[in-house]
Design a protein around this ligand. Structure first.
Ligand code: TNX
Length: 509
């Protein structure tokens, strides 16, 4: 019967050509509330229109773009109303907050309501999960295109649900970034943190320091050709992210992790000697020269140009693993650099080590440890800093799944899907109350990753796990429920052509 929960391992009778109907209860991240209306279904037809006008129209166009290739249906996007339609309305319930939505699936229509286009976009991600998995295919598929009846009222637990991609260790081109953005959006990730510079490469064109990319962007881990984004490429990434209701947070990692910059400009080195480019995977050996004036002219130029390319409020200044910078130099450096970020209208985020520089106001510390705690966090919370939670042993997508995983590193892992899922970001860190938690992030470091397929294999299915921790209410976080729902996403990922790890923990169909 429609809406009935099937037990683990039960053979699912095919209700249509090839796949079972979807259930309201299979959505990832789990919604705040789900009320099934068993026996009711909505079916897309040749006559179905997507009703959306004004600011909602681009979300309607996006939905049509998702549904047309597989269904082959015309699905015109137009204002007005009609029966048999999918309607997007910007008159949502303010109680569901700026990103919430309500989705009602009835016999004669689908109604999606939100107070903002962000909310509508989130609702569209839920809506597509209510259609059969084959809807995700890029090629025409057989119908019927039914959705289970009922109502979902939904809103996120945290407003900041991030993924990070390291484009410095291996470079990924604009099309690869867009592909990853589209994949993240499916699971309601709304921030993309790009790690744009490191020892092995500088990936963002800075007009006032052109050798950063000409020389510093010319290689990568393993000695391949590297690459970089022109400012125009970067603007295209920012724009594509915005069309997926995602904000890009650029990171320029300083004062350590800077060999590519130091190799590009001898004058940035305390000894005036430019080191060679680096293609290995060690960390902690490079540092900008805290005591020299040109360092701060350099940083100001970089911050100014990057801030100008950044519509979002945050600029990430790194600050991690500065093992070749004395404490005194680190503090001197940060005391110059943090005000520069604010001077150009941005709020600093840094890896949690920069807490020792006592960043002020609404600055954010990104926790990446493995011990549930850090001495800097108490004072940070007291200052009012937000804490972004990304424990390396839980949320690092670059860690191996198990000892036999060929890709990935293992210093904080291995991290199985259940380990990635089994923690609560609101109560995880000692001395950090939920009110101080800005949100969660799933970082993907790329020392061992070179292709989109590699990114996907490490991200899926752990990224959906972290996405659920960032979105769903704590009472809905349940491993048994998650693994059953995740199983139904296997055919979706398959249909979408997204590579993924067939974890033995998941009862894939
Ligand atoms: C630690 S996490 C790093 C990165 C590495 C990563 C590999 C952090 C702030 N720094 O430089 O790429 O481990 O897992």
């Amino acid at each position: 019967a429609a809406g009935a929960l099937l037990a683990a391992g039960t053979a699912v009778p095919a209700s249509s050509a090839s796949q079972p109907a979807s259930r309201l209860t299979d959505v990832i991240p789990a919604p705040r509330s789900v009320t099934a209306d068993p026996g009711t279904t909505f079916e897309l037809s040749e006559r179905t229109a997507i009703r959306a006008s004004g600011a909602a129209a681009p979300v309607g166009d996006y939905l049509a773009g998702v549904l047309r290739p597989s269904t082959g249906l015309p699905l015109p996007v137009a204002p007005g109303r009609g029966t048999g339609d999918i309607a997007l309305h910007l008159d949502g319930d303010p109680a569901l907050g700026p990103e919430g939505y309500r989705l009602r699936v009835a016999e004669d229509s689908v109604q999606l309501r939100a107070t903002s286009t962000d909310g509508l976009f989130n609702g569209v991600q839920t809506l597509r999960q209510l259609l059969p998995a084959r809807v995700e295919s890029g090629a025409p598929q057989p119908g019927p295109w039914t959705m289970p009846g009922g109502e979902i009222a939904d809103a996120p637990r945290f407003g900041h649900r991030a993924a990070m991609l390291d484009v410095a260790r291996h470079f990924f081109g604009v099309e690869e970034i867009k592909r990853y953005i589209d994949q993240l959006a499916r699971y309601k990730i709304n921030k993309l943190h790009l790690h744009l510079s490191d020892d092995q490469g500088w990936r963002i064109q800075i007009n006032s320091w052109p050798r950063l990319t000409e020389h510093g962007g010319s290689t990568e881990v393993g000695g391949g050709p590297g690459g970089y984004y022109t400012q125009q490429d970067y603007a295209e990434i920012v724009e594509h992210a915005a069309s997926r209701h995602m904000t890009v947070i650029p990171e320029i990692d300083m004062p350590g992790h800077t060999n590519a910059a130091l190799s590009s400009y001898a004058e940035l080195n305390c000894d005036g000697q430019a080191p060679p480019l680096y293609t290995g995977i060690e960390v902690g050996f490079s540092s900008l020269c805290a005591g020299s004036e040109i360092t701060y002219r350099f940083v100001e130029d970089v911050v100014r140009e990057v801030a100008a390319l950044t519509p979002g409020k945050y600029l990430h200044i790194g600050g991690d693993e500065a093992h070749s910078t004395t404490d005194e130099d680190y503090l001197a450096f940060m005391s110059e650099v943090l005000p520069l970020v604010e001077k150009y209208g941005k709020t600093p985020i840094g890896w949690h080590e920069y807490g020792k520089a006592e960043p002020r106001g609404d600055s954010v510390l990104q926790y990446w440890g493995t011990t549930n705690s850090d001495p800097s966090l108490g004072a940070a919370v007291a200052r009012g800093n937000g804490i972004l939670v990304s424990p390396a042993d839980k949320s690092y997508l670059d860690q191996k799944y198990d000892e036999s995983t060929e890709l990935g590193l293992n210093w904080a892992g291995p991290t199985s899907v259940s380990e990635a899922y089994g923690w609560d970001p609101g109560s995880y860190l000692q001395g950090v109350p939920e009110e101080a938690v800005l949100g969660v992030e799933a970082p993907l470091w790329t020392e061992t990753l070179e292709t989109s397929e590699h990114l996907e294999f490490m991200s899926f299915p752990r990224l959906p796990a972290i996405a659920e921790l960032g979105w769903s209410p704590p009472q809905e976080l349940n491993w048994e429920s998650f693994r059953q729902r995740l199983a139904t996403h296997g055919p979706r990922l398959e249909a979408a052509g997204i590579d993924h790890y067939r974890s033995p923990q998941i009862p894939w169909p």
